[in-house]
Design a binder for this molecule. Structure first.
Ligand code: FES
Length: 500
């Protein structure tokens, strides 16, 4: 029997056996978002012990589902909004209750009822595990939240901090081609500074923005996000009058700017290396963009809820992962041209500067124009690597693409939040087009990856036939003192990709 209409399908049951907890993002047809956490308490081994597991004999598994081994609750704590993805799960022997314990202040919430001994209560959702008669596959369904229609699942992501290793430090044999001092793991500053160690998320954000070495930037991002998720920071700190200010432009280490290879001259395998290098550079800026949106706009928007910081710390961590994946692939495929040997550009930061006056503009231009453009071009990039037979890079790029859909989703989520905050009459589509008109030059280029954009919340009416009208004078005014040349990087680097 089909589940009642108020349930939506989450996933085939078997696919939830890979991890014990997942983050879920739902979106209603009115653009309302809901973030949830799914806990699966039994291990894969438990299920493997079912003799007919491999055959997916579902009558037996239905009893597993009915044992309520899978729980869904709000992803943010009702106390002060902490991210519950790293909550501890505990069982109380006296009552038999199983609770999720918030990492920030240790309030416990019953996974079935949502009740806490503190008197607070979070929402929990009924979960059903049923066989889909259409394909005879056991699937997990959850009750939809109240207050919205036609909810759909737009993200199902395992909670995991598994990560590509930090990017290789530049111990490559560049001394003969690039006589600069290059940092090695031994010469990196400590991840946690020995003096004035950050205590809030805002302090970590500014420290990471000021960290020039990319390896250290990645390591600090991993550490800060882990501290945030596990409740080991004093606070987010965006409401503090002493929140530190982010730099206008994040510094870059000289050794990573004095490129030694002219992209047009590299051939064959190295043309893929040029592409990996260019992509890694974009990811390095993207790490900074994720921290910058928190550090720059957090203090000026004290009403931003913790969920905003959960989304953008996740983005910072993802971008760090992407940078590590790409630089690792670069080292593997072209050991003589590691990260830092080719020209890089900073055009993303130009857009960051142009939008530094307005959170709404930042979300529109960086996350819903630039990042959405990434969704359009990723399939073509992946195809180039596939044709070259580089399966490992294909796998890395597919991970990156999937993550980037969720980044555009976050952009859409907080852009619509900003519009709702300004009043019911502010239509997100109109507001977005207006931001692009004022803060972008030229047309918003296609061809568009309509499907991926739609998955992220960007329907065609957002971006079709859209032109930016920002004039040169206005652009220069917004850029103020920012000059790419001062950074030692170029606005654009012509990268010639070899056709295969
Ligand atoms: S107990 Fe969760 S935020 Fe305080």
């Amino acid at each position: 029997m089909q589940p009642a209409a108020r349930f939506i399908q989450i996933s085939p049951f078997k696919q939830l056996l890979t991890h014990s907890r997942f983050m879920l993002t739902l979106r209603s047809d009115a653009g309302k978002y809901h973030s949830l956490i799914l806990f699966r308490l039994s291990t894969a081994a438990d299920y493997a012990s079912f003799p007919s597991f491999e055959n997916e004999r579902l009558e037996k598994h239905a009893s597993v589902g009915n044992n309520r081994q899978i729980y869904v609750m709000e992803s943010t704590c009702p106390h002060l909004g902490a991210d519950m993805s790293h909550a501890d799960i505990e069982e109380y022997e006296d009552t038999g209750a199983t609770v999720a314990v918030c990492p920030w202040h240790r309030y416990d919430f019953d996974l079935r009822t949502g009740k806490s001994e503190t008197g607070l209560q979070t929402c929990t959702y009924t979960v059903e595990v049923k066989t889909d008669p259409a394909d005879d596959v056991e699937k997990v369904y959850m009750e939809t939240p109240s207050g919205g229609n036609n909810w759909r699942l737009v993200e199902l992501r395992p909670v995991s901090e598994e990560f590509a290793d930090p990017p290789p430090t530049s111990t490559h044999p560049v001394s003969h081609v690039n006589p600069v001092t290059v940092s090695t793991a031994e010469t990196l500053d400590p991840v946690i500074p020995t003096e004035n160690a950050p205590r809030t998320l805002m302090q970590w954000a500014v420290l990471i923005l000021n960290t020039a070495n990319p390896t250290l930037k990645v390591l600090r991002t991993r550490h800060a996000v882990h501290m945030f998720r596990t409740g080991k920071l004093d606070s987010i700190g965006h409401r503090s009058s002493s929140a530190p200010k982010p730099p206008d432009v994040p510094p870059r280490e000289d050794s990573y700017l004095r490129n030694t290879v002219t992209p047009g001259k590299v051939k064959g395998r190295r043309s893929l290396a040029v592409m990996l290098h260019a992509l890694a550079n974009i990811e390095q800026w993207a790490i900074d963009l994720a921290w910058d949106i928190m550090a720059r706009f957090g203090p000026s928007h004290p009403d931003l809820p913790p969920a905003f910081f959960s989304d953008f710390t996740k983005m910072a961590l993802d971008e760090s992962k992407h940078f590590s994946l790409l630089t690792s692939r670069l080292s593997a495929t072209s050991p003589s041209t590691p990260y830092g040997t080719m020209p890089v550009h900073a055009s993303l930061w130009e857009s960051a500067t142009i939008t530094s006056h307005s959170l709404r503009s930042r979300l529109a231009i960086i996350h819903l124009v630039h990042e959405a453009r990434g969704l359009d071009v990723n399939p073509g990039t992946i195809e180039r690597f596939r044709r070259a037979g580089d399966k490992e890079s294909v796998a890395a790029l597919e991970i990156i693409h999937a993550d980037e859909v969720t980044h555009v989703t976050s952009g859409h989520r907080w852009f619509t939040w900003m519009c709702a905050r300004e009043g019911a009459e502010v239509d997100p589509v109109w507001a977005f087009r207006e931001e692009v008109r004022r803060g972008w030059r030229g047309n918003v280029k296609g061809p568009f990856n309509v499907e991926a954009r739609e998955q992220a919340g960007l329907t065609r009416d957002f971006y079709e036939a859209l032109d930016g009208e920002m004039g040169e004078e206005e652009m220069q005014r917004r850029l103020a003192g920012f000059r790419l040349d001062d950074l030692g990087v170029k606005a654009q680097v012509e990268v010639q990709y070899e056709g295969k």
